[in-house]
Design a protein around this ligand. Structure first.
Ligand code: GN1
Ligand code: MG
Length: 356
């Protein structure tokens, strides 16, 4: 085992014998490992990316407080709080994360066993279940004191701001890549309305700010491998006030795409209407009567805007030299961008079928 990881684990479980440590999940930001002890306990160990999450103290406070709140809600609803939400394991000093000698920040969760996490939808059941889970999540957090949350990444889903950063990256063009992606740049520039529309409605007071997850990818919902029912929502790093349409939309962007996020062949990319509808059904059921008519009406726009935003973010990173998202091959961020833009184009073709 890696010496550094061994030393980190000593600060969480000094008495446990660790028998296995291996990579876990498919996140693009933090480094994640699954850990197993000799007496068969399993944990998730994560090295938090502090270039991106600069306020780890605030982030962990959010995670601990929101999971504690959800545990109470789940127990009241008769569910199993130990499987229904994450549990942070403290360090021997009672802290929620450990800082190593190089300043690296590490945290541990209890691993939730016998579940699957899908990078691509296998069936409508998975989309329905994840929609239901995220709808309920929003309902469960309706009365959470949102003002006590730390903003872990300012302007995270501020699409106009993301667009400004993108334009700056195009102008600076530090890697001399802009010319080779002129088509993608033009595609984005032609969609200014989609970039601004939801922010404008928020500013005008026509859409409410809610407590949102902000990273509602299908693989952030752990599912029962047999029934495909949702067991637990994970990745609370970006829980912040936000728009319902974005949480809805990010789940569609990822889960209702017929291709994986970094598919190099964009002819495989499309919006699956049955998967879309399955998510809508679950999400609407999960939210109950909590959404305003305007929120319901703007859900499809949320899907389009966040897909475009994600395309903008991947292209910005490609233009800036691939420093934000982890990549395992050359051109991966560009492929990721292209899948997003292809999906936006397909949503435009299927717009009439997306009405909720
Ligand atoms: C990042 O690390 P991961 O996979 O949970 C990103 C999300 C993106 C997503 C794209 C903090 O999430 O915003 O939607 O990649 N997280 C952050 O797959 O930027
Ligand atoms: Mg995430």
């Amino acid at each position: 085992m890696d010496i550094a990881i061994k030393e980190v684990l000593m600060n969480f479980f000094p008495e446990e014998e660790i028998v296995a440590v291996g990579p876990h999940g498919s996140g693009h930001i933090n480094h994640t490992f699954a850990v197993e002890t000799a007496n068969q306990k399993k944990y998730v160990l994560q090295k938090i990316n502090t270039d991106i999450f600069k306020d780890v103290e605030g982030l962990m406070e959010n995670v601990v407080n929101v999971t504690a709140y959800l545990r109470r809600q789940i127990a009241q609803e008769g569910g199993d709080p130990e499987r229904g939400t994450m549990r942070v394991v403290p360090t021997v000093d009672g802290k929620y994360y450990y800082v190593d000698a190089q300043g690296g920040c590490w945290r541990v969760y209890v691993l939730i066993d016998n579940v699957i996490s899908l990078d691509q939808a296998e069936n409508e059941e998975a989309l329905y279940a994840s929609g239901l889970a995220f709808g309920r999540f929003q309902a469960q957090l309706t009365d959470y004191p949102a003002h006590t949350l730390h903003e872990t990444i300012p302007d995270f889903h501020n699409t106009p701001k993301r667009y400004e950063t993108f334009e700056k990256a195009v102008q600076e063009d530090i890697c001399h890549r802009a010319q080779s992606v002129s088509e993608e740049i033009a595609f984005i520039r032609a969609r200014r309305t989609d970039i601004e529309i939801l922010s404008n409605l928020l500013q005008a007071g026509e859409l409410p700010l809610r407590l949102t997850h902000n990273d509602t990818k299908l693989n952030n919902v752990l599912l029962d491998p047999e029934t495909y029912e949702a067991v637990c929502i994970v990745d609370f790093d970006t829980i912040m006030p936000g728009l319902t349409a974005y949480d809805f939309g990010d789940a569609i962007r990822f889960g209702a795409n017929t291709a994986v996020e970094d598919e190099p062949d964009t002819s495989k990319v499309s919006l699956s209407v049955p998967l879309y509808q399955a998510y809508v059904k679950g999400f609407m059921e999960g939210c109950g009567d909590r959404l305003t008519p305007k929120e319901v009406e703007t859900l499809p726009q949320g899907a389009k805007t966040i897909t475009l935003e994600q395309g903008i973010r991947f292209l910005t990173d490609y233009l800036q030299g691939d420093t934000y998202y982890q990549t395992t091959r050359e051109g991966q961020n560009l492929d990721r961008c292209r899948t997003q833009l292809a999906l936006v184009a397909d949503m435009e073709r299927k717009w009439d079928q997306m009405r909720v």
